[in-house]
Write a protein that binds this ligand. Sequence first.
Ligand code: BJ8
Length: 418
Amino acid sequence: MWKGLGIDITKHDQLITALPESFKAIYIDPQKNRPKGIGFWDFVVGDIHGLRVSEVVDAKKKGHMVVGTFCLYVPDEIIIALDGISIGLCGGTNFSNYASEGVLPVNVCPLIKSALGFGLGKICPYYLVTDFLIGETTCDGKKKAWEILGKNKEMYVVELPQCKDRPQARAHFIAELKALAKKLEAASKKKLTPENLKTAIAKIAKKRALLRRVHETRKADPVPISGKDALLVSQVAFYDDPDRQIEMLGKLAEELEQRVKVGEGVIAKGTKRILVSGTPQAVPNWKLHDVIETSGAIVVAEETCTGTRYFQGEVKVTGKTVDALLENLADRYLGINCACFTPNEGRLEDIKRLVKEYKADGVVLYTLSFCQIYDIEAQAFEKALKQTHIPVLTITTDYSSEDSAQLKTRVEAFIETL
Ligand code: BJ8
C-alpha cells in the first residue's frame, strides 16, 4: 500500500516509531481512571496510519472521491452528500518541518509548516491518498501555503469573506459554496440533490451532537474525562469515518454521563478548571494540555477549532432545493467565530459564556507562534477578561518541547493564583 501511495518509507517509519512513545508518556503513564470507552481512541492513535488509511484507499478504488481540508469553514456535508471522504490535514508536529524548509520563511506558524511538510515530504498517507485539496482564504500564511501546495497537488480554494456579519458577506459565501458544490460534483461525477444533502447534513449533525454531549459532561465536578482525552476525541473526529464516530461517541457519551451521575471523575472534585482558547491543536499536538494537566489543574473546555467551534451550531434542514440547503450551511458556518474575521467580537462573548457554562477558574489564551491574528486578539481579550475578573494567562508557543519547562513554571504560577 505504501509503495502505491508513493510514501517516503524511511521517513514514515521514523514518524510512526516516535508516536507511540510520546503517546504513552503523555496519555497512558500519567493518567488514572480514564473512561473505558477511550480505549477506542487509544487504538486509533496506535493504528494512526493503519485501518483508516486502508479503508480510504479501498473506497477510492471503488470510485469515491477523497478530499483533504484544512479548516472548519469547508463544509464536510457537501463532500459526504456526494459519497466522498473528507480528511482534515492540519499538522500538529514539527517532525515534518524539514520538508517545508526552504519554501517557507522561518517566521510562519507551526501548523502551516507542519501541514506543508507532510504534503511535500510524502510522509502522510492521508495527504497522498487525496484526489485534491480544498484550502480557504483565512490567514495570509495559509493563502500563500496553498500556492505552494497547489504546485504539488490539485488545490481548490474557497474564498471566505473577511467581514462575515455583513449581508453581502453572506451572499458571497453562499456563492462560494455553490461554486464548491459544482467543483465537487464534477470531481465525484455525482449530483447533489436535496435528499442526499439532507442525509449528509443529518449525519454530520448527529456526529456534532454526540461530540457536544461528550464535551458537556466536562461541566461536572469532578470531571469525568481529562482535557487531554477530550482533545484526542475531537482531533480524531477530523479524519475518522463519521459512521464509526457516531457509534463510538454514543458509547463514550453514555459512559461519561453515567460517571457524572455517580460522581466519578478523573481527578479530585475541586481541582482548578481551565478553559483553553485560541488556535487549533491538531493531532499530535497535546503539549499545552499536558503541561496544564501535570501542573495540578484540569482543562474543562477548548474554545478552539479542535473544541467547541467544531461542534457548535446546527444546520437547518428546512428547504426543498439544494440552493436553500447550501444557504442553511452558509449560515451555520458563518456563525463560527475565528480570528480571521473582522470584527470578531463574538469570540470574546463565546469565551465569557463558556467560562460560566464550564465553571472555569481561569482562561489560557493559546496562540501558535507567528499567528498574528490570534496573537493580536489575545492581547485585547486578556484586558477584556481581566476587566470582568476572569483570570487569564496568555501563552504563545510552537510544537517544539524546548519551552516546556518554562511553560510549566508559568502555568503552575498561574494555577497558584486561582
Ligand atoms: S476556523 S482557526 S481552522 S482558520 S494558527 S494557520 S490562523 S497562522 S488555523 Fe484556523 Fe479555520 Fe480559523 Fe479554525 Fe493561520 Fe493562525 Fe496558523 Fe491557523
